[in-house]
Design a protein around this ligand. Structure first.
Ligand code: NAG
Ligand code: NAG
Ligand code: NAG
Ligand code: NAG
Ligand code: NAG
Length: 347
């Protein structure tokens, strides 16, 4: 179906479209491998490898940032974002809620790391973003201390990060493909990038004699990546299931009562497996042996996490510092004590 939709002429301008789905997942999960000569299946990648090895390096760091954040966000869920390639490749080849989250956070991770590297002055082909007095649009009479500031020379160049993330994940020549998976994937990529771009914050400094704020300069900074992860996790919980629209070029929410997803929302088209039992065909390891929370009624509670199979409670010794004493001058010495804690794990 996909091959039918790719016009032959596109193969000439956009080599990425010749990559199978499986190898484009490889590309994302194994960016650095892609620079090995034998693997240069795409001239676009070869070009990045030759001209900007530093950029590819940053993208690889970005993917790791994303997967680490994914594991943090899902540490108490049935699906815990295990990065074992057996599992994540399966998840990425579907179109479930989990797929949507992974795609969004990877697009965000690449955007974030490339932007950050640019700010740090890494040689990855970017310049710092000079915002030329955008705040001067206001009429002078409207100027109040709140709005009276100058943008500082170098702001975080989020647009550069977004562009590189797009180039890499979607290809420079945007394909006119409109199969459901591609539409959903592009939507979630955008949602991932917006979870950064829309939450840039302004950080200002005052300059002037004796603390007066005669001149205020501001820069725009990205939120912490943990915040980006938290936000996307919320979108995951509220993700909308979509079905193909009548025009074949778009999707619509499944069910009349569901409001259409915005650009910030995550979407998916396929129901998730339960992830309760090991099933390699869907990338599930099952939840046996996973730590659960006895008292929580939520997803991380033993009831839901263990899928009703029950759990066992064991005790474990955990070391922590205790009996701390102040030693003159300027030191604190502590002993190491053991504390017995109960740990519940799924059966
Ligand atoms: C998977 O995660 C482990 C530790 O969390 C890390 O050492 C490893 O490099 C990761 N693998 C990939 C492909 O990201
Ligand atoms: C995820 O769960 C599996 C078992 O279901 C476990 O082997 C693995 O260590 C867990 N990974 C993380 C990152 O917690
Ligand atoms: C378990 O869940 C309860 C209720 O949600 C929460 O207060 C507690 O902090 C959780 N314990 C752990 C170890 O996460
Ligand atoms: C503080 O205590 C530590 C450990 O006992 C020791 O290594 C360190 O030199 C001490 N520092 C000072 C300033 O006494
Ligand atoms: C704490 O427990 C561990 C394992 O049970 C043991 O090896 C260790 O010596 C204990 N530490 C202390 C300070 O009692």
């Amino acid at each position: 179906m996909r091959a039918v939709l790719v016009p032959v002429c596109l193969l000439l301008v956009s080599p990425i479209s010749t990559l199978s789905w499986a190898s484009s997942v490889d590309l994302v999960l194994n960016i650095k491998q892609m620079c090995k000569p034998a693997k240069r299946s795409s001239s676009r990648i070869a070009k990045i490898c030759n001209n900007r090895p530093g950029l590819l390096e940053q993208m690889a760091i970005g993917v790791n940032l994303a997967l680490t954040q994914c594991q943090y966000q899902f540490r108490y869920r049935r699906w815990n974002c295990t990065n074992s390639s057996r599992s994540i490749k399966k998840v990425m080849s579907k179109d479930t809620r989990e797929t949507g989250f992974v795609n969004a956070i990877i697009a965000a991770g690449i955007t974030y790391q490339v932007t950050r590297a640019c700010t740090k002055g890494e040689q990855i082909g970017c310049s710092c973003n000079k915002r030329k007095k955008k705040n001067k649009k206001k009429k002078p009479t409207e100027v109040s201390p709140e709005t009276d500031f100058k943008w500082d020379g170098c702001a975080e160049n989020i647009d550069f990060g977004i562009k590189r993330s797009k180039d890499f994940l979607e290809g420079r020549h945007k394909k006119k493909r409109s199969d459901m998976n591609t539409l959903v994937k592009s939507h979630n990529y955008v949602a991932g990038r917006l979870a950064i771009k829309n939450y840039m914050r302004k950080e200002c400094k005052c300059h002037g004699l004796s603390g007066s704020c005669a001149l205020r300069t501001c820069i725009r900074k990205m939120p912490a990546f943990r915040e980006v992860g938290d936000r996307l996790k919320e979108r995951f919980d509220g993700a909308a299931k979509v079905i193909p629209g009548n025009d074949g070029q778009s999707f619509i929410p499944e069910g009349d009562t569901i409001k259409p997803p915005t650009r910030f929302d995550l979407v998916y088209s396929e129901e998730s497996p339960s992830f309760c039992l090991p099933d390699s065909s869907v990338g599930s390891f099952g939840t046996q042996g996973r730590e659960c929370n006895e008292t929580s009624p939520g997803e991380e509670g033993c009831g839901i996490l263990c899928c009703g199979r029950g759990f066992q409670v064991q005790t474990k010794e955990v070391e922590h510092s205790c009996n701390c004493e102040f030693v003159y001058c300027c030191n604190v010495t502590c002993q190491v004590c053991n504390e017995t804690v109960k740990v519940a794990t799924c059966q």
